[in-house]
Design a protein around this ligand. Structure first.
Ligand code: PMP
Length: 396
């Protein structure tokens, strides 16, 4: 039977081969150290789980408004105003089934075939596929290590054409934890003034920032920025709620309404009792619960970055957010290690897994074949053990 052209064109995840092989090795009893995790290694805080149980027992088990209950949209509006300096009405907010769904639905709502979306490297693997599924074209802009892997105003200016419909910004970012400074964002905002370009600002890692890094929401920079921005956020990362599938989008009323129409036919509402738990998540215990995780990530990230930079031929730009390091390992490309030639990030990841039992993610699917991604969403003990192995493997 036939498979649609659309589905045929979606490639299987390029990272899956390493993950599957790591699982096979583990099943054979091999002690594999995994740096592949894309989610916090902490459990969802109890105060959130308790709220879900209360909601379930109170019979919050039926359909709600497709865009989410008004109480949650109101709580998100209050959060965005208090923490991000953004004034949105609850009607300008839609609750989606995870941030991934927010990305997909926002693109379906505003992009037409042939539109271009400016996508700076390194990018989260889902973005190019979501762009293509909307019929649009990813216009990939290769960023430079010397600019800490961030798009510059002049690169942006060069990339904008009559067909540009959107700029994708993700700060702090996956896969490198790279975070734009408020000044850098202001410079980007200025380039876009006078254009019809939307900004999709994926702020899902806003709470996980380190050192003296400052987070600022793109839409808060100016009225012009506010009017062109779709602010995307969710509960997965800050609240360690990846399995609950809760994300949200805030933006111009007509865009959010369009997303609501799509959502009403695609999925209907996010899980009802999870929405009640999300209201609780945003409540007073949030500060302490998030800070506990953030501190732990900060310590691990600092350690991982220092260790990586102490290895010959490995160059890790500081991770200022999220829970990833994205070192350049191309200093080792062209080498042969234990009879295996290393000519790119996929070779690197495969050989490291087979020979030293460390699983990490190749940079190629993120648009940077010189790099690999290591998550520090695992214990300091695991990080130490894994980096010892990596160092020893590379020193052969
Ligand atoms: N944006 C980025 C940059 C991410 O890394 C992720 C998770 N990998 C998401 C959005 C979506 O997360 P979720 O669908 O769990 O909310």
């Amino acid at each position: 039977m036939k498979i649609s052209k659309r589905a045929q064109d979606v490639p299987p995840s390029a990272t899956i081969a390493v993950t599957v092989r790591a699982q096979q090795l583990k099943a054979q009893g091999v002690d594999v150290i995994g740096f592949g995790a894309g989610e916090p290694d902490f459990d969802t805080p109890d105060y959130i789980k308790d709220a879900a149980v209360v909601a379930l027992k109170a019979g919050r088990t039926k359909y709600t408004a497709a865009a989410g209950i008004i109480e949650l949209r109101t709580a998100i509006a209050a959060k965005l105003e208090k923490e991000n300096g953004l004034k949105y009405t609850p009607e300008q907010i839609i609750v989606n089934m995870g941030g991934k769904h927010s990305v997909y639905e926002a693109m379906q709502a505003v992009l037409d075939p042939g539109d271009e979306v400016i996508l700076p490297t390194p990018y989260w693997v889902t973005y190019p596929e979501a762009i293509k599924l909307a019929g649009a074209v990813p216009k990939i802009v290769q960023t430079d290590k010397k600019n800490s892997y961030k798009i510059t105003p002049s690169q942006l200016k060069d990339a904008v054409t009559r067909k540009t419909a959107m700029l994708l910004l993700n700060s702090p970012n996956n896969p490198g934890g790279f975070t734009y400074t408020p000044q850098e964002l202001e410079d980007i905002a200025r380039v876009l003034e006078g254009t019809n370009v939307y900004v999709l600002s994926d702020e899902i890692y806003e709470k996980l920032i380190y050192g003296d890094t400052k987070f600022v929401s793109f839409a808060s920079l100016s009225e012009d920025a506010y009017n062109r921005t779709l602010t995307l956020n969710g509960f997965s990362k800050a609240f360690s709620m990846t399995g609950w599938r809760l994300g949200y989008t805030a933006g111009p009323l007509d865009v959010i309404k369009a997303m609501g129409r799509l959502q009403s036919h695609m999925t209907s509402n996010p899980v009802t009792f999870a929405q009640y738990a999300a209201i609780a998540a945003l409540g007073p215990p949030a500060g302490e619960a998030i800070e506990k995780m953030r501190k732990e990530f900060e310590q691990r990230g600092k350690y991982m970055t220092e260790r990586l930079n102490s290895i010959d031929g490995v160059d890790c730009t500081e991770s200022t957010g999220a829970f990833y390091c994205f070192p350049d390992v191309s200093g080792h490309y062209g080498r042969t290690i234990n009879n295996v030639e290393i000519n790119g990030s996929i070779d690197f990841a495969k050989a490291l897994l087979e020979q030293a039992n460390v699983a990490l993610v190749p940079g190629l699917p993120f648009g940077c074949d010189n790099n690999v991604r290591l998550s520090f969403a695992c214990s300091l003990e695991q990080i130490t053990k894994g980096l010892d192995r990596l160092e020893k493997w590379l020193s052969q």
